[in-house]
Design a protein around this ligand. Structure first.
Ligand code: PGA
Length: 245
């Protein structure tokens, strides 16, 4: 049982159409009677196409909406298919996920991520900054080295830690059903927190209603970034409920 302030961030990835927003009713209804609702911050990060309608649906709640990525340019430009942080803010986003491994895997470098974070902060968005090692890196026992350079380069010349949440997401645990061993995860979160003082650090990777009982015993985690399970309101609610049970 915890009373700690926790973040629950739903990363919908490339899922969802307008009808998918109907599922939010269940979550809103649940929050009305949830006794720990002052201890939690819910943030939904849907595809860009749903940001505006979602902010409208959630207007009367204290759930925030965020985006899943942004272009690094603060100004408008000839970048076909891209959206920058200013544009995301204008449709109601308050947060943006940056550095997700699914984007790192298709070529996002630490330098690019650093530029994206700077531009998002300048536009007034809060940043959910993702870091994490691959399975290969874990096997080579270079997790800390990898995380260290992702943090050092990704947050280069950025001082604004109150507007950044760090999400530790081991790449091998995303969408696989695998999570790190509890002691290992505690130690990694501790390592991140020692390196990045005063930052909130979340965990992400296969968080679900089954493993939340184990995850919630890891006391230095400040919340969860939830992919697959966040699309199902029942599972998402279950995760929140169990965290406080
Ligand atoms: P998952 O995704 O919960 O489906 O593993 C987490 C994420 O990619 O943020």
């Amino acid at each position: 049982m915890t009373n700690k302030y926790m973040y629950f961030i739903a990363n919908w990835k490339m899922f969802g159409v307008l009808n998918s927003l109907n599922s939010l009713h269940k979550v809103l209804k649940f929050l009305k009677t949830f006794k720990n609702n002052k201890s939690i911050k819910l943030i939904y990060c849907p595809p860009n196409t749903l940001i505006r309608p979602m902010t409208k649906k959630l207007k009367k709640s204290n759930i925030d909406v965020g985006a899943q990525n942004c272009h690094e340019n603060e100004a408008y430009g000839a970048f076909t298919g891209s959206v920058n942080s200013k544009m995301l803010k204008s449709v109601g986003a308050k947060y943006v996920i940056i550095g997700h491994s699914e984007n790192r895997q298709v070529g996002e470098t630490n330098k690019l991520i650093n530029n994206k974070i700077k531009s998002a902060l300048k536009s007034g968005l809060k940043v959910i900054f993702c870091i994490g090692e691959t399975l290969q890196e874990k096997r080579k026992r270079i997790t800390k080295k990898v995380l260290n350079s992702q943090m050092k380069l990704g947050l280069n010349k950025i001082k604004n830690n109150k507007n950044i949440l760090i999400a530790y997401e081991p790449v091998w645990s995303i969408g696989t059903g695998l999570i790190p061993k509890s002691e290992e995860l505690y130690e990694t979160i501790n390592f991140i927190k020692k390196r990045m003082k005063n930052y909130k650090v979340l965990y992400g990777g296969s968080v679900n209603p089954k493993n939340i009982n184990e995850l919630k015993t890891i006391t230095n985690i400040d919340g969860y970034l939830i992919g697959g399970a966040s699309q199902d309101p029942k599972k998402f609610i279950d995760i929140i409920k169990k965290t406080y049970n």
